[in-house]
Design a protein around this ligand. Structure first.
Ligand code: COA
Length: 258
């Protein structure tokens, strides 16, 4: 079904593994086509409760956009490429289902941007993060200049962007770019256990947390108003009634996503 991705659905967790290990999982056109197809599945398939994105092999999450596809592009085509990449990553960021990145090695350029579009990130202890585009006479084009500033602040972000420097997993943790660092062999288990916990919560409420948190960074939206509307939508849901009843009856809530 996918040329450059491996996928698996287990206990409601959809694992997407970018699978071009010989090219350090670089994002070429085919990866983007496959990612968009996988996101169609994420949005449409009610059996998928949450998503984990990782890279194949022990060395790289994703080492960036595929540089070999750059040379033939005109200026207009380069802008279309950036726009298409941004649109794919917006679909990740705005997914109503949680999507996390398990960063298993290099997350450079478009790889760092992909990880940053996820709702949060965890990493193995060999992970390295960076935006080395200035080495190529470029800057990040898939939202990296925006999300890096959002996640680690302007000073740290501009140092990384302008110097093409790389940071290790512990520095990324200290910067708040990632939530946990674990040994590589424990990375997927840690990601899955975080998603298993989230999957026990009310899906509409989880989706509304994502929507409201994303509104912080959208100047066209008033996040406080979105939060009030989301509160009302949750309040009206069957799962809210079940959640409050279960608390009062001292039992575990059983959510249906309604
Ligand atoms: N695009 C296309 N191919 C890439 C790639 C990318 N972003 N990153 C790595 N590759 C390919 C290499 O060309 C090489 O292919 P080959 O074996 O056919 O020559 C293969 O992946 C392995 O990479 P290599 O550079 O040999 O590994 P390394 O361990 O020496 O270095 C990196 C690892 C990540 C430091 C190095 O590959 C690198 O700097 N990659 C580019 C990072 C980048 O600039 N990303 C932003 C792109 S906009």
């Amino acid at each position: 079904m996918y040329i450059t991705l491996l996928t698996a659905l287990e206990n409601g967790i959809f694992t997407i593994t970018i699978n071009r290990p010989d090219k350090l999982n670089a994002l070429n056109k085919q990866v983007f086509a496959d990612l968009n197809k996988a996101l169609d599945e994420v949005y449409a398939n009610i059996s998928i409760r949450s998503v984990l994105i990782t890279g194949s092999g022990p060395k790289a999450f994703v080492a960036g956009a595929d540089i070999s596809e750059f040379n033939s592009l005109t200026k207009t085509e380069s802008m279309a490429l950036a726009k298409a990449g941004q649109d794919t990553f917006f679909r990740i960021e705005n997914s109503p289902k949680p999507i996390i990145a398990c960063v298993n090695g290099f997350a450079l350029g478009g790889g760092c941007e992909l990880a940053m579009s996820c709702h949060f990130r965890i990493a193995s202890d060999n992970a390295r993060f960076g935006q080395p585009e200035v080495n190529l006479g470029l800057l990040p084009g898939y939202g990296g200049t925006q999300r890096l500033v959002q996640l680690i602040g302007k000073g740290r972000a501009l140092e990384l962007l302008m110097s093409a420097g790389m940071i290790d997993a512990n520095t990324a943790l200290q910067y708040g770019l990632i939530n946990y660092v674990v040994p590589q062999e424990e990375l997927l288990a840690k990601g899955k256990s975080l998603l298993e916990l989230i999957n026990t919560k009310a899906p509409i409420a989880v989706a509304k947390c994502i929507e409201s948190a994303n509104a912080v960074f959208d100047e066209t939206k008033n996040g406080y108003e979105i939060e009030i509307k989301a509160f009302g939508d949750c309040f009206d849901s069957t799962d809210r009634k079940e959640g409050t009843a279960a608390f009062l009856e001292k039992r575990k809530a059983v959510f249906t996503g309604n």
